[in-house]
Design a protein around this ligand. Structure first.
Ligand SMILES: Nc1ncnc2c1ncn2[C@@H]1O[C@H](COP(=O)(O)OP(=O)(O)OP(=O)(O)O)[C@@H](O)[C@H]1O
Ligand SMILES: [Mg+2]
Length: 445
């Protein structure tokens, strides 16, 4: 992408309405535009990151054996009357009437609808286990939408639902979700800690939230700081192996980590003092096992191996896809702008031409741009006729993890400069070496 032809409406001034750094940088970097309280347009740069996050979520869900589908944003109220939640949900639900005066709603979540799909098509234990998920826009009419995409009213969520024949199988599905979530967040460059949570309106007794530590987070968290060192890494996981998946969950949930809702001061005090930490966190996902809450009320049953008919065991599992952009920026920025982890960056690398219009500099930039493209990497090439300082400021603000700087002086010695956004360190090398280095960095991402 050539910056001269892109749509990147960068703001020079700090927007007054933004109270936290991620919101400020998302507006300044031209990633989003507010259209109404808690409702945003995703401008091209923001949209690219959103799609990257979605892609990681899709890949990791499917690796765990979960199946994508797509349910609508609008739902008939009658489904929610069956489960009893139409009246319970309260003012957070956006209620709409169609031209025939039928009650509709903009879905805040999809337990009822997925249960309706299940009961229409599945009736035997032989079709289980089954986990279906989608990534779809949700609407919750939050009292205080704020912090940009962190607490929107319309927001993008991955929500998945497991259907299993018995409790053990359903707990295995719960564990699969935990492991696949850990892997997804790690690929996004995040440490998200599973914390025991209290169950909300969705109901259930077994639930964890995933929290990213950040002092702007809305949840108060209490944890043993050794939990932040745990990494899944590249280890091979066989998602069908109940024992292996359960062992990973145990590894990540044994050290104390809770939100204020489930905090237990007596247990907390048993942690060695140097590891006992109180802080704040951003909830980027939650998993629930709730058994037969919806299958009983909505009549979703299966015939078991011995011929009896039982309500299917279920759970629901969400990832805050759009909130993750804010959470990643809260966790990864400096005073110049965003620092994208390689896994989610909108462009893998930026090219800065220090002397646009100079024949040999332009030619070298084109060569690098095409060399990267040949390796499957789409660079953002700043080919505008701008001062070097302005180009660097834009690159720093939008936070691409790597930058190749090309100018006549370096080229005279056959060199360009490769700069790491995170450390600020630069290295001189030939254009070919810069392309090869960037390609090798992304080969492992
Ligand atoms: N208003 C929102 N804006 C953006 N993301 C949200 C919003 N509400 C929930 N999410 C994201 O969707 C995920 C799954 O939804 P869930 O029903 O667990 O939300 P929640 O517990 O009500 O969230 P919160 O406690 O932050 O209001 C959450 O973990 C969060 O990351
Ligand atoms: Mg939650």
């Amino acid at each position: 992408m050539r910056l001269s032809r892109y749509f990147l409406p960068v703001l020079k001034e700090n927007p007054a309405e933004a109270q936290i750094v991620s919101h400020r940088y998302m507006l300044r970097a031209g990633m989003i535009k507010q259209q109404a309280a808690g409702i945003y347009s995703w401008l091209p740069l923001g949209y690219r990151v959103l799609r990257r996050i979605e892609q990681i979520v899709h890949e990791e869900q499917q690796r765990a054996g979960h199946i994508p589908l797509l349910m609508p944003t609008l739902q008939p109220a009658d489904l929610w009357r069956e489960s009893g939640r139409y009246d319970d949900y309260g003012q957070e639900m956006l209620r709409i009437k169609d031209r025939h005066d039928r009650d509709m709603l903009y879905g805040p979540t999809n337990e009822e609808m997925i249960t309706d799909i299940f009961r229409a098509h599945v009736g035997s234990y032989k079709d289980l286990p089954l986990t279906l998920y989608h990534i779809q826009w949700k609407f919750r009419d939050e009292v205080r939408p704020r912090f940009g995409v962190m607490r929107g009213r319309e927001f993008l969520m991955k929500d998945g639902y497991n259907f299993d024949v018995d409790r053990d199988a359903a707990l295995h599905a719960y564990n699969r979700h935990m492991v696949s979530y850990l892997r997804s967040y790690e690929r996004m460059g995040l440490t998200a800690i599973p914390m025991r949570a209290a169950s909300g309106p969705i109901g259930g007794d077994n639930t964890h939230e995933f929290l990213v530590l950040a002092n702007t987070g809305e949840s108060e968290v209490f944890y043993d700081d050794r939990v932040t060192a745990l990494k899944l890494g590249a280890r091979d996981i066989d998602y069908d192996d109940r024992g292996q998946v359960a062992a990973v969950c145990e590894e990540f949930t044994t050290l104390y980590a809770r939100t204020d809702e489930t905090h237990d001061a007596a247990l907390f005090d048993q942690i060695p003092e140097e590891h006992r930490k109180v802080g704040r966190g951003i909830e980027v996902g939650q998993i629930f096992y709730f058994g037969t809450k919806y299958s009983e009320s909505m009549g979703a049953t299966v015939v078991t191996a011995d011929g009896s008919r039982v309500p299917v065991e279920m759970g629901s599992h969400g990832i805050g896809v759009s909130r993750l952009l804010g959470a990643i920026i809260e966790a990864s920025h400096d005073d110049k702008g965003i620092i994208w982890p390689e896994g989610v960056t909108p462009f893998p690398v930026g090219i800065v031409n220090l002397k646009q219009g100079d024949g040999s500099t332009d030619l070298a930039c084109e060569g690098i741009y095409k060399g990267l493209a040949a390796k499957g990497l789409e660079a953002l090439y700043d080919d505008r006729d701008e001062r070097a300082g302005a180009k660097f400021a834009t690159m720093d603000l939008i936070g691409l993890p790597w930058r190749i700087t090309v100018g006549p002086r370096g080229l005279a010695a056959g060199k360009v400069e490769l700069t790491c956004r995170r450390t600020g360190t630069s290295e001189e090398m030939s254009p070919e070496a810069a392309v090869a280095r960037v390609a090798s960095i992304y080969a492992g991402v």
